[in-house]
Design a protein around this ligand. Structure first.
Ligand SMILES: NC(=O)c1ccc[n+]([C@@H]2O[C@H](COP(=O)([O-])OP(=O)(O)OC[C@H]3O[C@@H](n4cnc5c(N)ncnc54)[C@H](OP(=O)(O)O)[C@@H]3O)[C@@H](O)[C@H]2O)c1
Length: 382
């Protein structure tokens, strides 16, 4: 393959740093643009002879200037929306780690992809797995998708246990080493909720045909069930180098440092249903997805605000779900017809969520908040 020029957005983050290692291994990949939120990029740019860099601001200016072959969007949060839409609109291959952009802007993103006609390659390990299991299969042969979830660090805990959780415990993920926001999302299962909505938009499968199962060892990255009773799964040790490398070298595959699965060493694969009562954000995300419109954007915005407040010590762990629940119940959820309307829906949801965050609290609460599902309107089946 000819040399691919990659715009790496979120270059200083967990995915960004692993992506740089993947690029360094391959003579066919080079960096042409780097972006961060606030971290200085001068040393990284000098090391990789990158001319185009940007710290914060409108990332589409960087993309216009650098004309990449591939945009690897590894920004965290809604800040990645503009870059996702830019790549899809311009028909430039989008390697997407920034799931929040597809969750918040799903309908706009699909319309932009339709117009741009480029590739959308998921970097999230579950979605990369699904993409690979689905590739070349007729849509009519697919029965359902199964997203696997590690269950996070608090699998098996009770609501009373969760009321006492502090930031350090929430940041200690059992199988994946990731940035702080996604690590907290994994602990609340909001991450799996975001992934459920991401899978719906990526693969065009209705929510009732996307299942989530808990699989603590994270060896099976996801599965597709087919109409004949067969299921295809994607297996490997949990390491983001694999889906990053797959997206950057697609349709080829390049060697990574990840060891081959050692099946003879007594590998056991366990699966169970998620505990939706203890971790209600997964069910809330499903409801938001089924409701459609800007409800997924509201879910995402409120979750971002709540997770930031938790990480700042302004909100207890169980306060995260309360903030999201209340924002969803109060938002009107009307569809966004443009990026400007989506940005307004996101901002309005953030204002709602901020109102629910106490000015200052300790990180543990003695009274676990209620876990019922909020009074949302009934979803319209499409
Ligand atoms: N980590 C994983 O294993 C993993 C797996 C699957 C999916 N993902 C997804 O990948 C994305 C990144 O996750 P991460 O774990 O790598 O997060 P992270 O370690 O927190 O890194 C986030 C990156 O985004 C940059 N950033 C933040 N705001 C920005 C802005 N306004 N403009 C430009 N860049 C900005 C940060 O720059 P600064 O350094 O300056 O703050 C940093 O480079 C998330 O959407 C996450 O859900 C991650």
């Amino acid at each position: 393959m000819s040399v691919r020029r990659i715009a790496l957005l979120g270059a200083t983050g967990s995915i960004g740093r692993q992506a740089i290692e993947v690029v360094e291994r391959s003579p066919e990949l080079e960096l042409c643009a780097l972006a961060s939120g606030s971290a200085d990029l001068a040393a990284l740019a000098a090391e990789h002879a990158v001319v185009h860099t940007q710290v914060g601001g409108d990332l589409t200016e960087l993309l216009d200037a650098s004309e990449p072959d591939v945009v690897l969007n590894a920004v965290v949060g809604f800040a990645g929306v503009g870059a996702t839409l830019w790549a899809l609109e311009h028909g430039v291959t989008l390697a997407l780690a920034n799931k929040e952009s597809l969750v918040a802007a799903g309908a706009l993103a699909l319309a932009a992809r339709e117009r741009g006609g480029g590739l959308l390659l998921p970097v999230d390990s579950e979605h990369s797995a699904l993409f690979q299991c689905l590739e070349g299969r007729a849509a009519g042969s697919v029965d359902s998708l199964v997203l696997t979830a590690s269950g996070g660090p608090f699998r098996g805990r009770t609501r009373a246990d969760l009321a006492e959780i502090g930031v350090d415990e929430a940041l200690a993920h059992p199988t994946w080493s990731m940035g702080p926001k996604i690590t907290v999302d994994s602990a609340t299962l909001a991450n799996k909720g975001l992934e459920l909505i991401e899978a719906h938009f990526l693969f065009g499968i209705p929510y009732e045909r996307i299942e989530v199962v808990v699989h603590p060892s994270s060896i099976v990255h996801s599965l597709v069930r087919f109409c004949d009773g067969a299921a295809l799964a994607h297996l490997g040790y949990p390491d983001m180098a694999v889906p990053i490398s797959f997206a950057l070298t697609y349709p080829d595959r390049a060697a990574t440092d990840v060891p081959q699965l050692d099946l003879a060493s007594g590998l056991t694969l366990e699966f169970s249903a998620p505990d939706l009562e203890t971790f209600p954000l997964l069910a809330l995300a499903r409801r938001a997805g089924e409701l459609g419109g800007t409800y997924p954007c509201v879910f995402n915005a409120a979750n971002e605000v709540a997770v930031a407040a938790f990480l700042d010590g302004r909100l207890p762990f169980l306060g995260i779900e309360e903030i999201v629940e209340e924002a969803l119940a109060e938002a009107d959820g009307s569809p966004a017809r443009s990026l400007a309307e989506l940005v307004e829906a996101d901002a309005a949801a953030r204002r709602l969520a901020e109102q629910g965050v106490p000015v200052a609290v300790g990180v543990g609460s003695t009274e676990p908040p209620r876990a019922e599902v909020p009074a949302l309107p009934a979803p319209e089946r499409k």
